[in-house]
Each structure stands twice: as structure tokens, then as C-alpha cells.
Ligand binder design. Structure first.
Ligand code: COA
Length: 180
């Protein structure tokens, strides 16, 4: 059974090939990528690759970020949810095989509490359905909106660290929440 989660204002469901236009709008915006390495995409093929990558995670890791839709209009707004950070691609020098909560929204949907609302639903799913013991998150330093959303979701800010991804150095922040 495919995931279908409803919150007050949102629907969370698996990312589909039909999300291509929305994914392109999301990932081609330089402002969206300001704290993601500043490498917005330029083509629909790259958007399709991003979709394929998430679908591969559903298959191989049992989980991946979900598409977020407006409950009323069914419009694609972005994605949110859990990801399993494997050893090959963990954005932390010491930890791997942890689940993190993350989100990315098309700019016109920012500032309305959707990261918080979808992130809370993802953490709830992780603890109650997947029976995880803990969940992490990572942001780039300076991404105040994401930092604030994570705290509102209930994560604790733990520490800052430096990390190199594809020859780019990042100042990152590490967050943690445990199931009570
Ligand atoms: C980060 C992001 C997902 C936040 O989504 P959002 O739905 O706007 O977040 P929320 O509305 O749930 O909460 C954001 C909080 O930060 C605040 N905020 C929003 N933009 C801000 C900004 N530019 N500077 C400071 N605070 C900001 C909001 O006011 C809110 O806090 P408040 O409730 O105390 O007022 C969104 O900005 C985004 O998609 N950014 C691009 C991708 C990205 O950076 N993803 C996260 C990677 S770690």
C-alpha cells in the first residue's frame, strides 16, 4: 500500500513521475538552492533524475522523501519526509545509517508553516509506524527558516561541523530527536 498521510492542510504521498513539472519548478530556482550548494538544475532531465533517485530509495531503503500536495487544490508544493542516510552518502563525518527529516518547497509556499506541519507528520510516522528510536536532521548554517522549523518539529540543535561534499566545504548543523 502506497503511503497516504493527511495533515490539517497537506497530503503526503510518494513522489511520482507526474510530479516532473513541479520538481523542475522547485529545483531550477536558485533561491531554493541557496543553502543546498547553489547548484539549481537547468533541465527537465535533471528533474526526472531527482524523481528517479527518490523512487530508487523507496525500493532499496524502504523510505524516501514524499511529495507534499495542497489538500484542497492537490497542487504539488515540494517534498518532505524521511531519508535513510547510508554510509556512501551520509552528510556527517562520524554518523551513518541514520534517518533524517528534511523538506524543500517551491518558493511561493514558504513562510506558511508547511515545513513544520509536514516535518511533524514525518517524525510521527518514523516513530509510530517505522518504530525508529531516533531521527536526525542537517541544515547549512544560516538557513534560519529550516533551523526554526526543525526546533518547532521538536528536534534539538546539537552542534555545528564542517563537511566537504563534492569538493565544496559546508558549515553544517546537526539535530536530534528521540522517541519518548
Ligand atoms: C526551509 C524551508 C523548507 C522552510 O519552509 P517553511 O514552510 O517556510 O517553514 P515554516 O513556515 O514551517 O517555518 C519556518 C520558520 O522560520 C521562519 N522563517 C521563514 N523564512 C525565514 C527567513 N528567511 N529568515 C528567518 N526566519 C525565517 C518562519 O517565520 C518560521 O518561524 P516562526 O514560526 O517562528 O515565525 C523553505 O524555506 C525551503 O524550501 N527552502 C529551500 C530549501 C531548503 O533550504 N530546505 C531545507 C534544507 S535543510
Amino acid at each position: 500500500m502506497a503511503i497516504h498521510i493527511e495533515t490539517e492542510r497537506l497530503i503526503l504521498r510518494p513522489v511520482l513521475d507526474t510530479d516532473l513539472e513541479g520538481m523542475f519548478e522547485l529545483d531550477s530556482d536558485p533561491e531554493v538552492h541557496k543553502y543546498l550548494g547553489n547548484r539549481p538544475i537547468k533541465t527537465k532531465e535533471e528533474a526526472q533524475k531527482a524523481i528517479d533517485y527518490i523512487k530508487k530509495q523507496y525500493k532499496e531503503r524502504g523510505i524516501g522523501r514524499w511529495a507534499v500536495l495542497d489538500k484542497t487544490t492537490k497542487e504539488f508544493m515540494g517534498w518532505s519526509g524521511l531519508k535513510l542516510n547510508t554510509k556512501e552518502e551520509s552528510y556527517h563525518p562520524h554518523y551513518s545509517d541514520f534517518y533524517d527529516v528534511g523538506y524543500r518547497f517551491i518558493k511561493r509556499f514558504w513562510g506558511k508553516g508547511y515545513a513544520t506541519e509536514s516535518g511533524k507528520a514525518a517524525v510521527h510516522y518514523g516513530f509510530n509506524t517505522m518504530k525508529l528510536r531516533s531521527i536526525n536532521a542537517i541544515t547549512e548554517m544560516g538557513n534560519t527558516a529550516s533551523h526554526k522549523a526543525l526546533l518547532k518539529i521538536g528536534l534539538d540543535y546539537i552542534e555545528d561541523y564542517e563537511f566537504e561534499i563534492e569538493n565544496q566545504k559546508f558549515d553544517l548543523r546537526w539535530y536530534h530527536i528521540e522517541k519518548h
